[in-house]
Design a binder for this molecule. Sequence first.
Ligand code: SF4
Length: 617
Amino acid sequence: MALSDVMKNLPTEPGVYLFKDSSQKVLYVGKASNLRTRVRSYMVPGGDGRIQIPALIDRSEDIDVVITKSPKDALLLENELIKKYKPPFNVRLRDDKQYLSLRLDPREQWPRLTKVRSFSKDGAQYFGPYTSSQSMREALSTLRKIFPLRSCSDPVLRDYQRRGRPCIEYEMKRCVGPCCDLVSKERYDQLVAGTKLFLRGNSQELIKRLTDRMQSASSDRRYEEAAQVRDQIGAIETTVQRQQIVSEKFINRDIFGLSRVGEEASLQVLQVRDGRMVGAEEYGVSGVKIDNGSAMASFIGQYYAGKEPASIPEEVLSSNEPFESEDISGLLTEKAARRVRVRYPKRGKLKELTDLSVRNASLALGVRLEKRQSIDDALNEIQKKLGLKNYPHTIECYDISTLNGSLPVGSKVVFKEGNPLKSEYRRYKIRDAKGGDDLACLREVLERRILRIESDPMPDLLMVDGGRGQVAVSSSVLADALLTQDHIGIAKEQDSESRSPRVKRGGGLKKEKIFVPGRSNPIFLFPSSRGLLLLQRVRDEAHRFAIEYQRDLRSKINLVSILEELPGIGPVKRKKLIGSFGSLKQVRQASLSNLASVSGISEVDAKVVYEFFNRSD
Ligand code: SF4
């Protein structure tokens, strides 16, 4: 059916629309308060004036629509679908997983703030997101001084409850000690309410409430409480004074600034509460194929989609006129259940604010482009120096970890354009290969990875932690699967191999050897070259990920039975150890010499057992 035929039957209700190509790939997702009017506007010659529309219409073969109950639901659904389909004509603001937020669950008896990486509709309240863990730490450290809520988990709180004394946090005045009834429920709830107001930036309201409380405590002769509240007010005022005054009006505003170079963009959001700058967030976006007005409209929609209504300000200022800004204003007004204005100032004080936001965005974009350039240089160097067929946009690296041959595991890490892609990391518990045989373990992991090739295409470059032997295994596994993938191995040069005076001994800087199939000698890249640093980073990440899994398994398994699986320790020696120390716990805590002193346990056995329980990596 031609697009024009699809148009005829479109509903006039609110909802989202999806433009698709001939293979049903989603090219663009949009929202509308009236689907028919909105989608038809694309069909007038030249589209609706936005530069990307003719190209979108050219490639589109079909349109799907989903009706929603309200424009607000359309905004939420649009955001979800953009995240799901990653359409090339949309811009995606962020991957929520990368951003930290603070979570507070008021339904808990003694609510506390916890760090989280995603929002969910679980009845809890979320604050943030924070773009760096440092900005979150700063917020938490200020908060703990002013509103000393507990920071411990429920089991820790119960533990101190049983002991009948609070932990050091109480001594340091960073917790009011609910574990030992050192604070009333009413007082604690007041601290929770203050925390919420502070995190939302409502300092005026907060100071007003605290002043009322201080006065009533004072007139009721509760002088200690009045003094505590006075100190809280002082600390809040000091924090607020440090924040830059950007407006004489006590209006809450978010100020969006966009900076762009080609398809790379940076979006800055400055948060102004009660006229003061209380926060700033930066979002980097790649592959922006649409005009700035559409991009800004999409950014603003996605930015508020996951936010609580209370955190939407009265005014949104934008450095670029957002496409259909009235629609956005309507959506935000509906979501916040009060009027929200979206403005595009062209002059005066408000324009100065959006300029400030743009300057911040440009700064961040400059830093990112520079970093991108250095990653580009690194990837180019890797391709050229190692003679790869393909530019290594995606690199997968594999590592095997065992502890003296027990509990062998494998790891896969993925780097895309030089950056880790954690959602694609995989852990492998070795099923068939023997623990002590690293090459057999690697073979098993690679064979299992290739079995998933349909749903998970092979990378541009496959890398293994290891030398000639490991590369021979990957060559053989790839050849068996008729794959001609670029693949390499990376291994540290052993002390005995090095004749270079630059190499420091004893754990210092060692050269890295890169093994490429078909070459008898390894390749050495310059130690500080960008290419080598990147390859090392990928390998170290695979190593870290494998060890983490190994450690995780070790903490979960039945250690009594694993004792028998350690090389050289069978059921007889296990019994001797348990019998001699009384319990597994005692075996675990025993020193190396105590283990070796058990009759029938050699020094080698003792070392195997000792390392199993004590080696941190
Ligand atoms: S004082 Fe008690 S409630 Fe507070 S952090 Fe310590 S254990 Fe938790």
